[in-house]
Design a binder for this molecule. Structure first.
Ligand SMILES: *Cc1c(COP(=O)(O)O)cnc(C)c1O
Length: 367
């Protein structure tokens, strides 16, 4: 049996409804921004529960746009977590600010205690990441931000469709950034991103910066850039939104099956704690495994496409040598980078795939 990690060909098996709307778009020639983008933005902000949103061409630009909107620049420190995707830290560096990397907790989320230790007079932003589509303990992050008068910008790139007590990632701070990359919960057949905020001034600035700082065709208010989403992608997004909750429900039930069954192998495998009231997207299903690299090879040989996210935490990357401040205790992230394994959990897996996977893992540890 094969248990593939990649499911993208399944997702668009039937997309006549998307093609129909693309044909309409082609008639209108609304190829940059325009009504289709507007319509999707409205649907998205309603779904997330934020007053305003601005779509962008990817999640990385969404993060850069959010940080720039807060006035982040040279001399400012931005605290984030070392076990995240490159783009979180790349966005900080792109703004000329200094990334301050801290450790994660046992749920692979940024550790509020580590944030607290890293705060200095130069700290401007706390940038928590909703890693793997799970969420940090945002109430603690919010307390720290309030006590120290810091801004929260959220990297909710994997968090579209997640929630804490019904509240979406991206709505806990001043601005939240999302990605619609093919491997995130909302896949737009290419790149796409979004920022959300409840602050009208920030919104007005972001909407202009995304489009050259323009107020109208002949006038700009300030220098901006082009971060626009493609209308073709906005249409895909609108259609895929209808399936989003169903997708997440299926991924959650797959994850629940894996959690329940891997707990029976707790001598070898550690699953993360799932907090009450936290709905995860399961963008990644991760657990800690003894003899991880051997297990990965064993599973690969059995046709199970497991992965590692990631074997090298960002503070150990060569890129981090010169321009990052690194907290001196990275024990948890370093331990996890040697033990983490990511198992397929996507919405097209059947019970038989899950059983086969659990069976293979037990076989590995029992022989
Ligand atoms: C995917 C991702 C990004 C970047 O998003 P892109 O749309 O690929 O630019 C940033 N941060 C995290 C945590 C991500 O998972």
């Amino acid at each position: 049996m094969n248990v593939p990690y990649n499911y993208l060909h399944e997702e668009f098996k039937n997309c006549d409804d998307i093609f129909d709307e693309w044909k309409e778009l082609i008639q209108t020639t609304d190829f940059t921004l325009g009504q289709y983008v507007k319509e999707f933005e409205l649907i998205f902000s309603n779904y997330i529960g934020s007053k305003y949103c601005v779509s962008t061409n990817n999640g990385t630009d969404a993060l850069i746009l959010a940080l720039k909107a807060c006035g982040v620049g040279p001399g400012d420190e931005v605290i984030t977590v070392t076990n995240t995707f490159y783009a979180t830290v790349g966005a900080i560096v792109a703004c000329g600010a200094t990334p301050v990397l801290v450790d994660c907790d046992s749920r692979y989320q940024i550790d509020p205690i580590a944030i607290k230790r890293a705060i200095t007079t130069k700290t401007k932003i706390i940038l928590p990441v909703h890693w793997a589509g799970a969420s940090p303990e945002m109430n603690l992050v919010q307390e720290l931000a309030e006590e120290n008068n810091l801004i929260i910008v959220e990297d909710a790139c994997m968090g579209i469709g997640a929630s804490i007590e019904g509240k979406s990632p991206g709505t806990f701070g001043l601005i939240g950034a999302f990605s619609m990359h093919p491997l995130k919960s909302l896949n737009v057949m290419g790149d796409g991103g979004m920022v959300v905020t409840d602050d009208s001034e920030i919104y007005n600035w972001m909407v202009k910066y995304r489009n050259h700082g323009m107020i109208d065709r002949d006038h700009i208010e300030f220098w901006g850039v082009n971060m626009r989403i493609q209308p073709l992608q906005a249409i895909v997004a609108k259609h895929r939104m209808r399936e989003l909750d169903k997708t997440i429900a299926k991924r959650s039930s797959n994850a629940k099956y894996l959690d329940d069954n891997l707990k029976l192998l707790s001598d070898f495998i550690t699953t993360p704690k799932r907090l009450d009231g936290y709905q995860e997207t399961f963008a990644l299903y991760m657990c800690l495994a003894d003899r991880r690299d051997d297990l990965l090879h064993f599973l690969t040989a059995k046709g199970i496409e497991a992965k590692i996210h990631y074997p090298v935490p960002l503070h150990l990357q060569r890129a981090a040598l010169n321009n990052c401040k690194i907290s001196n205790n990275m024990q948890e992230a370093e331990m996890q980078s040697k033990r983490l394994i990511t198992l397929p959990v996507h919405q097209y897996l059947e019970l038989s795939h899950l059983k086969y996977m659990v069976g293979a893992i037990s076989e590995f540890y029992k022989t």
